[in-house]
Unconditional design. Structure first.
Length: 197
C-alpha cells in the first residue's frame, strides 16, 4: 500500500482503454517518464488542455506503477473480469481509502445478504476514516462530494457495482490469482463475494 494517504483519485476515473494503452506503452518503452512524455506530447488520451493531459497521465501512471512488471503484462493481455480485477488492484494500491472501503464496506455489505452499495454506507465509512485521517476532515463539501462520486464511478467502471448500487462480484480466473505478486496476497481480499484460492 502507498506510504501516504493519497486523495487524488478525483484526478481521473479508471479510464480503462487509456490505462491499458499506457501499460502497453510501458512494456514497449520500459520507462515511465518516457511514457508520460509520449502520452502528453502526442495527446494519446485526446484531451484538449495540456494541463488535463498531464493530470490524467500522472494519475494513471501513478496507479500502474503500483503493479509489478508481470502484473502490468497481465493487465495488457487480460480481458473481462481479469482486467477489471487488475485495474481495481492498481486503484486500491494507490488509494488507501479506496482499498479500505473495498475490503470493508463492499465485503461487509455483500456478506450481510444485502448486496447494495449505498451513499449512507459510504458516508458512515468516510466519517469513521476522518477521525483517523485529518486529510479527509479538511475536505470542503464540494471536494467531499467529488471524491464520493469519483469512487462510485470507479467501482462501476471496474464492474464491482452497477449504476443502481448493486454489488456485483467479479469472477477472475486462476491466472489472475497467480499473477498477483506474493507480497500483495492481501489484495485478493478486495473483492466482495468471491473466495480466491
Amino acid at each position: 500500500m502507498p506510504s501516504s494517504y493519497s486523495l487524488s483519485m478525483s484526478g481521473s476515473s479508471v479510464r480503462r482503454p487509456e490505462t491499458v494503452e499506457t501499460a502497453r506503452l510501458y512494456l514497449d518503452l520500459g520507462d515511465w517518464n518516457a511514457v508520460r512524455r509520449k502520452v502528453v506530447e502526442e495527446n494519446l488520451y485526446q484531451l484538449n488542455a495540456e494541463s488535463s493531459r498531464k493530470r490524467v497521465a500522472g494519475e494513471l501512471i501513478k496507479r500502474l506503477r503500483t503493479l509489478t512488471e508481470d502484473e502490468v503484462r497481465f493487465l495488457v493481455d487480460a480481458f473481462g473480469d481479469d482486467q477489471s480485477a487488475m485495474l481495481w488492484v492498481s486503484v486500491c494500491r494507490t488509494y488507501q481509502f479506496v482499498s479500505d472501503l473495498s475490503a470493508n464496506v463492499l465485503r461487509d455489505s455483500y456478506g450481510s445478504g444485502i448486496p447494495t452499495y449505498t451513499e449512507g454506507a459510504y458516508e458512515a465509512f468516510f466519517e469513521q476514516e476522518a477521525e483517523v485521517h485529518p486529510e479527509l476532515a479538511r475536505l470542503t463539501e464540494a471536494g467531499r462530494k467529488k471524491m464520493r462520486n469519483q469512487v462510485f464511478r470507479m467501482l462501476v467502471e471496474c464492474d464491482l457495482v452497477t449504476e443502481d448500487g448493486t454489488i456485483t462480484p467479479l469472477h477472475p480466473s486462476p491466472a489472475f490469482v497467480s499473477a498477483i505478486d506474493g507480497e500483495h496476497a492481501g489484495d485478493l481480499d478486495l473483492f466482495p463475494g468471491v473466495t480466491l484460492i
